[in-house]
Design a protein around this ligand. Structure first.
Ligand SMILES: C[S@@+](CC[C@H](N)C(=O)[O-])C[C@H]1O[C@@H](n2cnc3c(N)ncnc32)[C@H](O)[C@@H]1O
Length: 278
């Protein structure tokens, strides 16, 4: 067997090449801007790992990168503007060795961002106030996008004799609970609940039949849903929202009512006009 010996000179050359390559490798620094603290500090992840830090900017230093090559990093901000809304905002950034890159995650991307609003029920007496504001009567069809346990449908149908209630909820557990409650209250034949996403126009088909919308969904989802509602609702339909506005819609009336629990509740009313339909 022949052995190839690398002499001292060869060893030095190999070592120098190694050092040169290592010197060519450099990290990139990514400055990430995120929404300021809401209910909780925004969490930032790069390729799944949390970037430790607080406040509006976080700095991530990549591992050493080979010169001339482009690398993609997945950045994700987990934003909690309040205690019931979670927004996941994913983005990607391409960097090269030595870059000082910036990425802004403060603005919404309707296609990429995911918004989850958890169930928080509207108290029964506030549902009654909303029904009063909408002047619900026996000919009305009520629609609740994000209906939870369907209190906003069961109550007007049972207590005010409204013709029908239509609700959708993204959470199958809430859909099951709403159906059980409608049955227990004896209005299952008039309250139709389905699983659906308020951001999906097909799932929102009930809005086209509605004369009244009662809603409690949060600013972020409300803003995203409002163009779909605007498109589907008939002129003359009344919309009453518990607390939150619907994007840039300007309410016809805003009232504050005292709840049985002693808290103040803000309610907004809109009536769909012909010119608002797009
Ligand atoms: C604040 S709760 C309001 C429940 C009910 N309308 C009330 O006022 O008692 C919001 C509900 O919307 C549902 N929801 C959240 N995101 C949704 C989406 N994209 N599509 C449909 N429902 C959604 C939640 O599961 C929750 O039940």
């Amino acid at each position: 067997m022949r052995t190839v010996r690398v002499g001292a000179v060869g060893f030095v050359v190999v070592a120098l090449i190694g050092v040169a390559c290592a010197q060519d490798k450099k990290p990139a620094v990514i400055t990430i801007t995120v929404p300021e603290r809401g209910y909780k500090e925004t969490v930032v992840k790069v390729d799944g790992d949390e970037v430790i830090g607080t406040g509006a900017t976080r700095t991530f230093t990549t591992p050493a990168l080979e010169a001339g090559k482009e690398y993609t990093f997945k950045i994700e901000a987990l934003i909690e503007p309040n205690n019931y809304t979670k927004i996941t905002r994913p983005r990607e950034i391409k960097v090269k060795a030595g870059d000082a890159a910036k990425i802004d995650l403060t603005t919404e991307d309707k296609k990429l961002d995911k918004i989850v609003v958890r169930w928080v029920p509207t108290p029964v007496d506030i549902v009654d106030e909303m029904a009063k504001l909408a002047k619900i009567g026996k000919d009305d069809v009520i629609f609740d996008p994000g209906c939870g346990d369907a209190v906003m449908l069961i109550r007007p149908v049972k207590e005010l004799g409204a013709k029908k209630g239509i609700g959708i909820d993204i959470d199958p557990k809430m859909v099951a609970e709403a159906k059980t409650k409608a049955k227990a209250e004896g209005v299952a034949d008039k309250v139709v609940i389905t699983e659906g996403d308020i951001l999906n126009e097909k799932d929102m088909a009930g809005a086209a039949e509605a004369t009244v919308v009662l809603v409690y969904i949060g600013d972020d989802l409300g803003a995203r849903m409002s163009p779909v509602l605007q498109k589907l609702l008939k002129p003359g339909a009344r919309v009453v929202s518990h607390r939150f506005k619907l994007g840039d819609w300007k309410p016809d009336r805003t009232v504050t009512v005292k709840g049985a629990d002693g808290d103040d509740y803000v309610l907004h009313l809109w009536t769909v006009k012909e010119k608002e339909k797009k």
